[in-house]
Design a binder for this molecule. Structure first.
Ligand code: CDP
Length: 238
């Protein structure tokens, strides 16, 4: 699809979104920036953007094949994907299969405790407020979505978790937790944003080694080498 990149619409911490000359299609560029702790730690790692773009494209395609509606259209170069433009919903939808991260910092539960059934939480996406956790009543009171949309988001999040958990299990990787975002187009709710090593917590099933942004957050080693290894492991199914 020959398509022209247009004006910059929005620059986030690691991705930029551009308009295109096609109505309803945006271009998402995965940059080499990496940040953690609300932007308190920042670096630029050559090729990191293309590794996350490749993994996101692969996982969106896999989810689409499994019947999940997503914004993904196609990759046009190693760091740029065309997506359907969405009216984004300001929720960070987090699904947890194993206790880790903020869950063990906040609540009395040991890291590594399996969570069955998985735990779904939703945070209000607003860096200036440090993404406060919501509950159903707050989501409805703030009119972020209506009750039907909330039910659909939860159903999709659980389905996405089942599909991704099984996929990673087949690679001997435990999908500990991940964050996704949804948006609306033509009255339908679609999966948007990205699914990458920046937004998932992945542990090697054999060694327990981190294969995600925790390597960067907690200076556990060569984050680029880990991202490259895990991207190769994931995309070997292409
Ligand atoms: O990562 P942290 O401990 O700060 O937060 P968490 O609530 O434990 O994060 C759960 C999962 O969502 C992790 O895989 C994070 O990488 C991801 N997440 C994200 O991608 N973006 C956020 N703003 C918050 C969490």
């Amino acid at each position: 699809m020959a398509i022209q990149k247009g004006d910059l619409l929005y620059a986030g911490k690691a991705k930029s979104v551009f308009r295109t000359d096609r109505e309803g299609i945006f271009l998402v560029e995965f940059r080499d920036d990496i940040t953690a702790f609300d932007g308190g730690k920042k670096d630029v790692l050559a090729k990191k953007g293309s590794l996350n773009a490749r993994v996101s494209a692969f996982l969106f395609s896999h989810l689409k094949e499994c019947g999940i509606p997503t914004h993904f259209i196609e990759m046009i170069d190693e760091r740029s994907m065309l997506v359907r433009s969405l009216d984004m919903i300001p929720l960070e939808v987090i699904v947890r299969n194993v206790a880790a991260g903020s869950m063990v910092r906040t609540y009395p539960i040991a890291e590594g405790t399996p969570l069955n059934p998985p735990v779904l939480v939703m945070d209000y996406k607003d860096d200036s407020r440090h993404d406060p956790m919501l509950n159903d009543d707050l989501i409805l009171a703030l009119k972020i979505v209506n009750a039907d949309e909330l039910a659909r988001i939860k159903e999709l999040a659980h389905s996405i978790n089942r599909i991704l958990f099984q996929f990673f299990e087949s690679l001997d990787i435990t999908l500990v937790d991940f964050k996704i975002e949804f948006g609306k187009a033509d009255g339908q709710i679609l999966l948007g944003d990205e699914i990458s090593m920046d937004s998932m917590r992945l542990w090697d099933a054999g060694t327990g080694e981190s294969l995600d942004k925790d390597v960067y957050r907690f200076s556990k080693g060569d984050v680029l080498a880990v991202y490259r290894r895990v991207a190769e492991r994931i995309c070997a199914r292409e």
